[in-house]
Design a protein around this ligand. Structure first.
Ligand code: FAD
Length: 422
């Protein structure tokens, strides 16, 4: 039975960060309204990885059985060289993560993960008050006439007062601007192709069959570009993220569809396994300009605070953006769950103190990977590969640090504990 709190929180944005925060606050007995601008809550058609630091948060929210039903588990993380596919380094995932970090490394279809968290928010039998989810609710204003009751104003003129307001509205956060925080948005000069390739095409071709024989999380390193892929939905799709220098049209529009054949053509001269795989991507390949935010410790003002990409958008070069947002959610709920309405500002300050340095280090490490991943062949690349062979990590932060996550005061994993019955 969750404790009951007398105050209410508005979360702006129903992405993975906002919904995880809403669910975590619900577990603390707090009444939450989520305001989402879209007409329907959902996620882009792509995969997502949650390393143990994020899986631990999700499992602690009682989602174990739901996640077991939708996950795919990679056995290893593999790093390959662009030209010949040679393995540079291999890190065990699978049971190794569960045994070492008491939480798994799992892959999902984003839509599945989003749905599981959303169902947790609205489940009438869940702990605490069910979350109120309002779609078609684009926040355009913030009224702070009463600083203890920040009021989100939506496009239709509706006012949503609450005791605390959390801006989880993504990399182009409106709440961030309305709060008066600095403009920290930076264009990286790179873009990501995202594609879901049907698993039956992959399994049917002897040149790509290896991708379904053993599930792995794979990164190929090459000059100026890199390629990430892994299977999701138990082999239904191969999820591909391919990062390359950005074209002008995508930089301007933020996202745009790719022409047929463009993805495979973006990797000329790469090992034969790469075109064999990428040429199977036919429809629905999209290109997304990669923006990030400069590290900035100002995540709050009075009873308004930011979470997820709104405060620490990072390049996806460690697959940690949503995972860090989930860590934010867990810490935010711990702090808000421990105070009454008069203590909200202090709780938000403690939330920022516990999270900003940690997330900032992940932001910086992800940015450094932009150079580290993309060295041309030569001494720097050789030095990098030697380092990757002998280091459990992919930047200058170790997996041990990253996957242990922000320390939680009450890491209540509920029904979940390892080893699972397996
Ligand atoms: C190619 C790629 C691969 C990635 N892979 C991974 C990975 O494997 N693992 C990982 O952890 N992270 C990954 N990330 C990062 C991750 O996708 C993001 O960090 C994460 O989705 C951010 O979540 P969020 O909830 O903060 O923001 P968002 O997901 O952007 O959600 C913001 C929400 O707010 C809504 N909104 C915006 N403005 C308003 C407004 N004014 N009013 C109301 N609603 C509003 C939006 O519609 C949206 O629903 C990847 C990113 C990219 C680009």
């Amino acid at each position: 039975m969750a404790p009951s709190q007398s105050y209410e929180v508005t979360v702006v944005g129903g992405g993975l960060g906002g919904l995880t925060a809403a669910l975590a606050l619900r577990h603390r007995g707090i009444r939450v309204t989520v305001l989402e601008q879209a007409g329907r809550l959902g996620e882009v058609g792509a995969g997502i990885q949650t390393a143990p630091n994020a899986s631990r948060v999700l499992l602690s929210l009682g989602l174990r059985h739901q996640l077991e039903a939708i996950h795919t588990e990679p056995q290893d993380q593999v790093r390959r060289r662009w030209k010949d596919g040679r393995i540079v380094a291999l890190t065990s995932l699978g049971d190794h993560c569960k045994d070492t970090y008491n939480a798994p490394y799992w892959h999902y279809h984003r839509a599945d993960l989003h749905r599981v968290i959303m169902d947790g928010c609205t489940d009438p039998d869940g702990p605490g008050p069910a979350v109120r989810l309002l779609t078609d609710s684009k926040v355009v204003g913030l009224d702070r006439t009463d600083p203890r009751r920040p009021t989100a104003v939506t496009e239709d003129g509706a006012c949503h007062p609450a005791d605390a307001l959390i801006g989880a509205d993504g990399v182009r956060s409106r709440v961030r601007d309305l709060m008066g925080a600095e403009d920290t948005l930076v264009f990286s000069g790179e873009m990501a192709y995202r594609a879901l390739i049907p698993g039956d095409l992959i399994a049917a071709d002897p040149a790509t069959r290896w991708l379904v024989d053993r599930y792995q999380s794979t990164i190929w390193y090459g000059p100026d570009r890199h390629l990430v892929h892994y299977m999701i939905r138990g082999g239904q799709y191969l999820n591909v993220v391919a990062c390359v220098p950005c074209t002008d049209d995508v930089a301007e529009r933020w996202s745009a569809p790719a022409a047929p054949g463009e993805l495979a053509a973006a990797f000329p001269g790469w090992d034969d396994r790469v075109p064999a795989m990428l040429s199977k991507a036919k429809d629905d390949v999209s290109r997304f300009a990669l923006y990030y935010r400069r590290r900035d410790p100002v995540w709050m003002d009075g009873n308004v605070a930011l979470l997820g990409d709104a405060c620490h958008a990072m390049l996806p070069y460690q697959a940690q953006g949503a995972s860090q947002a989930m860590e934010d959610a867990a810490v935010l709920a711990e702090e808000l769950g421990a105070v009454t309405a008069s203590g909200i500002e202090g709780a938000l300050r403690r939330y920022v103190n516990r999270r900003a340095t940690h997330a900032g280090m992940v932001q910086d490490a992800s940015l450094r990977n932009k150079t580290f991943y993309h060295y041309p062949d030569g001494p720097l690349q050789e030095e990098r590969d030697a380092r990757l062979r002998s280091f459990e990590g992919e930047s200058d932060v170790s997996y041990d640090w990253l996957w242990s996550g922000s320390p939680l005061a009450t890491p209540d994993l509920g029904a979940f504990s390892y080893p699972f019955a397996r």
